[in-house]
Unconditional design. Structure first.
Length: 186
């Protein structure tokens, strides 16, 4: 009798999704016309729906337009340490130059780098943008996280061309699908 080992993909069992900003924290920079917070939340909800549809448990650090502190965000994530889980914080960038555009992904340790490397190129392709790099940073939600944690800057709301894509529901759906595909390959 011939036994063939089945390949079982070890994707995360739990994904903690962090929609950046919320409540009085609108995101972006002073004077920015388009607030960041509703688009991070919408993209996070889309990502949650996709992942749940694929059988992955999802936890959102916020589910509506209210403020959540950085320690509360990491505390939520850290409650799932040891459960084959990852943390993804969703943001949109802003720049003083209208011409600034592209995708940046941040991580804080080697486990998270692999997750960043899987998500980053997919987001670039989904938005039809350019690569601004995968970068090591000590952002609070990354450095205080016990999960593999990444922060994805999904394009510039201050760039008219990128903002036009981000502001469409289809554009945010494409971003959510791209992030989901990267997570599911982790």
């Amino acid at each position: 009798m011939l036994l063939v080992a089945a390949h079982i993909e070890a994707r995360p069992a739990i994904v903690v999704i962090d929609p950046g900003h919320g409540g009085y924290d609108r995101g972006g920079m002073p004077g920015q016309i388009i607030p960041e917070k509703p688009y991070t939340l919408d993209t996070a909800r889309r990502l949650a729906r996709i992942l749940k549809g694929d059988g992955i448990k999802v936890v959102l650090t916020r589910t509506d337009d209210y403020y959540v502190s950085l320690p509360a965000r990491t505390s939520t994530a850290n409650a799932y340490a040891g459960y084959n889980s990852v943390f993804v914080s969703i943001h949109f960038n802003a720049g003083r130059r209208l011409g600034a555009y592209g995708i940046e992904t941040y991580y804080n340790n080697s486990r998270a780098y692999r997750l960043a490397a899987l998500i980053h190129p997919r987001v670039i392709q989904a938005l039809g943008s350019i690569d601004r790099g995968i970068r090591h940073r000590g952002y609070f939600v990354l450095r205080r996280n016990r999960l593999p944690a990444v922060l994805v800057e999904c394009g510039f709301l201050t760039n008219p061309v990128e903002a036009a894509r981000i502001l469409t529901p289809g554009g945010r759906e494409n971003l959510a699908e791209a992030i989901a595909a990267g997570i599911e390959r982790y």
